[in-house]
Design a binder for this molecule. Structure first.
Ligand SMILES: Nc1nc2c(c(=O)[nH]1)N[C@H]1C(S)=C(S)[C@@H](COP(=O)(O)OP(=O)(O)OC[C@H]3O[C@@H](n4cnc5c(=O)[nH]c(N)nc54)[C@H](O)[C@@H]3O)O[C@H]1N2
Ligand SMILES: Nc1nc2c(c(=O)[nH]1)N[C@H]1C(S)=C(S)[C@@H](COP(=O)(O)OP(=O)(O)OC[C@H]3O[C@@H](n4cnc5c(=O)[nH]c(N)nc54)[C@H](O)[C@@H]3O)O[C@H]1N2
Ligand code: SF4
Ligand SMILES: [Mo]
Length: 741
């Protein structure tokens, strides 16, 4: 424990401000809310100034680690482009309006459209940052219920949707998400994930480079399956470059070897798994010999990985973005579960384990029957399935642009930027521009929010209390932390939850619900949720377990220990059994098996390379580019390709190249690197800040191009409609004249 308590005076921590008043120097501890790592931050302030941001050495998870974005919370807080009060788009430009006016106009605009065109003429899109704030999460559902529209969309369907579908199909709940027990594993197989850069996702485990070192120091091994030799792959013992979009063949081949060589050993999991023989049948055709030419991974490497995985004392196979945003993302994620289960590494220390979060989101949602339900509704234009009562974001633009009954006419976008984050961003752009009415909750006038009639900006992350609720759901160790605000909110500002609550109350038709909502606060809801949660004190006021008060009294967070075996008890399936071969997924696997020969014969000849994405430590999707400190002299929005591909096209580093896909073209600088496998070109997403009317003064100096201008909204995972960003066929050529704007 630190000698100095949080938020107290430093021994010599008093200084005078310009008006002669005394300003306190304070030390605050909180979790960073930018990515899922939820690193502990130590923030020192004096009056309204942030003096320093460092890693909190006593945080039970991050132990002092932070990345450059964590340190930049100061710059976000001070960003002069950040909005603090609502603005209204008028013919003469943006005008500042009062909150009352903004809420009145939002309510009137939405209700007028609902009255004239019906409830489904309204739509909601919620972006990634919502997942990081308990206040936003707690009021999202009441807001969605009040909007009473089927047209809900989110960034999940450009991300982890396939994994959620698999978890619902196999374990009974979309939020019963297994996570690697990396700190105890002897063999870590990562498929399409780069946690050294991303901070880890659906695996809350900060400072991943240190974790890899620790595995290696205790004699364990790390293997990475990725078309790029990423920072994670560089540190690993083995990098297996894979042809984008072909993971299904690699993973099925691992299972094939496990069965063929009698390595499969379900252990005690076998007692509550249904469909073991079916799984064996489903992978029968997927031999490593067939998978090798498709994936680019040798038979020997596949056999070695399967053997090492099964023979390791503990092992875990984990997949993330690369395994999700491909055409067969759902099947790939299902196979990842099976690799763990068939090898008997599931729900075991050092394997793929279920966290037990203090606030059990899965349990709470299951009480209202919200477990996933694939295909409960179908999208109007393309008949894509809903999941978790949301439609795929790849369908958003067409639902706005297609005339007729059920057309979306108004959109509320909550912390999202689909113009840059959804496939075929140009079409999203066109769709947003055509709306009758749009409201955005955003700090910035950015690529998507600039189309809004009204922007409702919430307070900065340092101005509200913070408990990283969803990150605990995917914690590789059970921890919980609640942090009070660092600063009082600015005058006449609103928190994200206050905005959502106000909108929910105004849009809710049921007066009883309205009154009930009025009585709630995030803290009241958290208090109840934690008391009733798996570690909670229960209803007894003197109960021994966890309460929000006890959590708040531990500024560095409460360490609830490593994940524990919890099956079959924790399953949400009615029969408390794991369904190893869910019908919809098995059918898709059979279809892939039948088309094996097509894969062997290659793809579309008009395009000569496959596009993938990449992340950078100084970006977070589309919203870190307005901070000068995040930019380096070198351009980061480049098309990275292998020297062999570059030389065969006469391309050198720094040349302008043109990438053409079925959807469109972008022109950007080439970067030659043998870290990317031949035949693959990598472009990061979240760039392309040159749209008229965007008010991001720093980002405008480093605009880049949006890779989603060439990703295809029509090519989705057929099972769930998730976006496909990996393995997009493109033609790459050298160009000199920039003809695209
Ligand atoms: N090609 C390609 N596309 C991708 C991906 C990829 O790898 N490749 N990745 C996908 C993934 S994983 C994701 S999660 C999505 C992200 O997709 P989105 O969530 O749609 O996009 P973000 O860039 O995260 O945009 C967040 C917006 O919210 C604002 N914002 C940030 N914090 C706050 C806050 O606290 N309050 C409010 N009100 N606003 C805030 C920002 O200004 C920004 O405009 O993109 C996806 N798109
Ligand atoms: N610095 C930074 N951190 C972030 C973010 C950010 O934008 N910047 N975004 C946050 C968000 S929203 C998310 S969801 C997480 C994502 O976290 P991660 O999934 O760990 O991050 P990615 O960099 O998308 O890693 C995906 C990897 O898959 C590889 N890949 C691409 N196609 C394929 C394929 O077909 N097969 C295989 N096996 N691999 C493939 C890519 O080369 C890449 O290395 O990161 C979060 N953290
Ligand atoms: S890794 Fe993520 S949580 Fe940690 S400091 Fe960086 S942005 Fe924040
Ligand atoms: Mo994401």
């Amino acid at each position: 424990m630190s000698a100095i308590q949080p938020c107290c005076f430093f021994a010599s921590g008093l200084s005078a401000n310009s008006s002669g008043g005394i300003m306190e120097t304070k030390r605050h501890f909180r979790s960073c809310s930018i990515c899922e790592s939820m690193c502990g931050l130590e923030i020192i302030t004096r009056g309204p100034d942030i003096l320093s941001v460092r890693g909190d050495k006593e945080d039970p998870l991050s132990r002092g680690y932070i990345c450059p974005k964590g340190a930049a919370v100061k710059d976000l807080y001070n960003d002069p482009d950040r909005l603090k009060q609502p603005v209204l788009r008028t013919s003469g430009g943006w005008e500042r309006i009062s909150w009352k006016e903004a809420f009145d106009q939002t309510e009137a605009g939405l209700k007028a459209i609902r009255k004239e065109h019906g409830k489904d003429a309204l739509a909601v899109y919620f972006g990634n940052p919502n997942a990081h704030y308990h206040g936003a999460l707690l009021y999202l559902l009441p807001f969605l219920l009040a909007m009473n529209t089927k047209n809900r969309y989110s960034a999940s369907s450009a991300d982890q949707l396939p994994l959620m579908v698999v978890c619902e199909q196999m374990f009974g709940h979309m939020f019963l998400l297994p996570t690697p027990d990396a700190d105890r594993t002897d063999y870590f197989l990562l498929v399409g994930a780069n946690p050294v850069v991303s901070g880890g996702s659906i695996m809350t485990l900060p400072g991943f480079a240190r974790r890899i070192k620790a595995i290696q120091e205790r004699g364990g091994k790390v293997a990475v399956v990725d078309p790029m030799k990423t920072a994670t792959a560089t540190q690993a013992d083995k990098h297996l470059p894979i042809r984008p979009g072909t993971d299904v063949f690699f993973l099925a081949a691992l299972l094939h070897v496990m069965f063929r060589e009698d390595l499969a050993d379900f252990g005690w999991l076998g007692h509550f798994c249904d469909g073991t023989d079916h799984v064996h049948d489903l992978v029968r055709e997927f031999t490593p010999e067939k998978a090798a030419p498709i994936t680019g991974i040798s038979v020997q490497d596949m056999e070695t990985v399967a053997r090492e995985f099964c023979q390791a004392k503990s092992a875990v196979c984990y997949g993330r973005m690369g395994a999700c945003v491909q055409e067969h993302g759902t099947v790939a994620n299902w196979l990842i579960m099976l690799v763990n289960i068939v090898a008997g590494k599931f729900d075991r220390p050092g394997g793929f384990m279920f966290p037990t979060p203090a606030l059990d989101v899965a349990k709470a949602l299951s009480l209202i029957g919200h477990t996933g339900h694939l295909g409960k509704h179908r999208s109007k234009v393309r008949n894509l399935p809903s999941f978790g009562d949301e439609f795929p974001v790849a369908a958003l633009a067409e639902e706005i642009l297609t005339p007729g009954e059920g057309k979306i006419r108004a959109l509320v976008s909550i912390c999202g930027n689909p113009v840059l984050s959804a496939p075929n961003g140009k079409l999203v752009e066109k769709a947003l521009a055509s709306l009758d009415f749009m409201v955005a909750m955003d700090w910035y006038i950015a690529e998507s929010s600039r189309h809004a009639n009204i922007i409702l900006p919430p307070t900065n992350m340092l101005e509200h209390a913070h408990m990283p609720t969803m990150c605990h759901v995917a914690g590789s160790r059970n921890v919980v932390k609640y942090s009070p605000p660092v600063f009082e909110p600015g005058e006449d500002t609103r928190h994200n939850w206050q905005i959502l609550k106000e909108l929910a109350i105004r849009m809710e038709a049921n007066p009883l619900m309205r009154n009930a909502l009025r009585l709630t606060t995030p803290e009241r809801l958290l208090k109840a949720g934690i008391r009733l949660g798996p570690h909670g004190a229960g209803v007894n006021p003197w109960g021994k377990g966890l309460t929000l008060g006890k959590i708040a009294d531990s500024p560095h967070g409460v360490d609830l220990g490593p994940t524990r075996s919890c099956l079959p008890g924790r399953l949400f399936t009615k029969n408390k059994r794991i369904n190893l071969a869910p019908r919809v997924i098995a059918r898709e696997m059979e279809a892939i098996s039948e088309s094996l020969t097509d894969y062997e014969s290659g793809g579309d000849e008009r395009y000569d390379m496959l596009l993938i994405g990449r992340r950078n430590r100084r970006s977070n999707n589309s919203w870190f580019h307005n901070l000068e400190r995040m930019h380096k002299p070198t351009n980061r929005c480049t098309a990275m390709m292998h020297p062999a591909d570059a030389s065969s096209r006469g391309i050198e580093s720094g040349d302008l190249v043109r990438l053409e896909s079925k959807i469109g073209a972008v022109e950007l600088e080439a970067e030659i690197s043998d870290n990317v496998m031949p035949g693959v070109v990598s472009v990061p997403h979240g760039w392309g800040h040159l749209y008229d009317g965007v008010k991001l003064s720093v980002a405008a100096k480093h605009p880049g191009v949006s890779v989603n201008d060439i990703t295809d909204n029509l090519r989705v995972d057929p099972l769930c409609g998730n976006a496909v960003f990996s393995g997009v066929p493109v033609k790459v050529l050298k160009t000199t004249l920039s003809s695209i704007r």
